[in-house]
Design a protein around this ligand. Structure first.
Ligand code: ADP
Length: 480
């Protein structure tokens, strides 16, 4: 029955009852007025009329109240059913259907059911696609030989491959959909990985991403950790992390073999080079016989090249010391001026050769002392002065000096007014074997990288300020 029929029926019933009540009252009133009020028949007649009016009136009131309760409820019922249906759909219950009998809602009901069916079909098809995609992804991740771990924003482990489980020494069911932070409480390696995730997105963190030493495949292995963020900020996509560990054990082994090889060769080369230099000294001795001009020139060339060879072998030896972690510092109390004087003395011949004037800027007031391996720091300063001379034009000048900073650091600097260094290369010149493109002066590209390693091993810094055409200033900062 539709709402219109219901309303008509209800109002019709009410009108009929009112008409019945009024007609009854009129009939009773007529009976009353027709009979003599004092006649004996008037009393019972009046009573009968009152009883009928009360009965009919009571029935009318009960019917009215019943209609008052039923009518709004019967109109509200389909609206409520529709609202409930929509709520169910919103809660992803796509099996919900409506079965409204009233005519007005029949169409709504049909359309609702059609929509619910389509949603159910769509949902089951996308779910199947997502499941298939997930299976593909899991197969790919498991086939990768590098350990991979996927985390969501709350650090829950979403996926993990067999390699990762193997190095973490965990079972899949122990970790999947569990909080990585909780598991990390009893797993050292996972704890290190989570710290790595934090560090890799911490802008203030400037520490190098050192390889992780992990016991895997029954031997010590090295892994380089790479952490990537998934999802995009500002979109509805949730952020997460993917940890990828690259096994670099093979490269490490090759690198260490290379270091050992260079170290052995450099060491072995030192003896014959020293022998050449010794023979050269004997050759130049007048007691052995005098050399003509051409022979002297050749002897000088042998001397220069042997010196260079000796300096390269010593640089290579220093580098292998740093690379193999065998750098041993023997610190002692040293005055900065002693180191400066040593560097000047070591470069005197070279400076005279190119007629370079070396100036010293050393403050009058008390400078303080350094507690450093003086051999190593003197080597650094010697190398900086040598560079300043080599990369300056003839007849130039260089300044070497020291100063104390307010925060109790001692800064030693070597300034030249030579060709300068393009700012693009200010970082790279401190890397092994790097030489600024187009550099004609001979060199190995090792001096500055070793110097930086030596200074950093003392907890200090080595920096450069330089401008093309104006010269360069290298500053070495050490704690006083
Ligand atoms: P090498 O001097 O043996 O090549 P270094 O490590 O000492 O190696 O220097 C690396 C590079 O930095 C040099 O090849 C040179 O191009 C540049 N360089 C270093 N010092 C200076 C300087 N004082 N002036 C200009 N360029 C410099």
């Amino acid at each position: 029955m539709n709402i219109k029929t219901k309303l008509t029926l209800n109002i019709g019933m009410l009108v009929a009852m009112i008409v019945l009540l009024v007609s009854l009252s009129v009939v009773n009133l007529q009976i009353l007025t027709a009979t003599e009020p004092t006649s004996p028949a008037a009393g019972p007649g009046l009573q009968r009329a009152l009883i009928w009016v009360s009965i009919i009136g009571g029935i009318c009131i009960v019917c009215g109240l019943w209609m008052l309760k039923q009518l709004p409820a019967s109109i509200n019922k389909p609206v409520k059913e529709i609202t409930d249906g929509i709520k169910e759909i919103a809660n992803h219950n796509y099996e919900q259907r409506l079965n409204l009998e009233s005519k007005e809602f029949e169409e709504v009901s049909k359309n609702f059911n059609r929509m619910a069916k389509r949603l159910a079909d769509y949902h089951s098809s996308t779910l199947a696609e997502i499941k298939a995609a997930k299976n593909y992804m899991e197969t790919i991740i498991n086939s990768v030989k590098e350990p991979i771990i996927g985390l969501d924003n709350a650090m829950t482990i979403l996926f993990i491959n067999d390699e990762a489980l193997s190095i973490l020494n965990l079972q899949r069911e122990e970790v999947l959909w569990k909080s990585a932070q909780e598991i990390a409480l009893r797993n050292d390696l996972l704890r290190r990985l989570l710290r790595g995730v934090q560090d890799s997105f911490d802008e203030k963190n400037t520490a190098k991403n050192e390889p992780l030493k992990i016991y895997a495949d029954n031997k010590e292995s090295y892994f380089q950790m790479k952490c990537m963020k998934t999802g995009r900020e500002g979109t509805s996509q949730k952020e997460g992390y993917v940890i990828l560990l690259k096994n670099i054990t093979e490269f490490k082994e090759l690198d260490s073999a290379k270091t050992t090889f260079i170290s052995t060769i450099s060491h072995e080369l030192k003896t014959p080079i020293s022998a050449i230099l010794m023979s050269l000294q004997l050759l130049e001795d007048s007691r052995v016989g005098s050399l003509n001009d051409e022979q002297q020139e050749l002897a000088q060339s042998i001397q220069d090249n042997s010196d260079r060879l000796l300096s390269i072998t010593s640089e290579l030896l220093n580098m292998t010391q740093v690379e193999s972690g065998k750098l041993q510092l023997k610190p002692r109390v040293t005055k900065p001026i002693e180191l400066i004087e040593y560097a000047i003395k070591a470069n005197r011949v070279q400076a005279e050769k190119f007629n370079i004037q070396v100036e010293v800027q050393y403050p009058e007031e008390k400078m303080g002392k350094l507690f450093v391996d003086s051999e190593k720091i003197a080597w650094v300063l010697t190398n900086l002065v040598s560079n300043a001379i080599r990369y300056s034009a003839e007849n130039g000048r260089i300044i070497i000096g020291a100063r104390k900073t307010k925060d109790n650091w001692i800064e030693m600097f070597v300034r030249d007014f030579g060709k300068g260094i393009d700012p693009r290369y200010h970082q790279s010149i401190f890397e092994h074997y790097f030489r600024v493109p187009g550099t004609k002066v001979q060199g190995s590209g090792l001096g500055l990288s070793i110097s930086k390693d030596f200074v950093e091993a003392h907890g200090g810094t080595l920096t450069v300020e330089s401008e093309i055409g104006k010269g360069s200033c290298f500053t070495l900062r050490l704690k006083a």
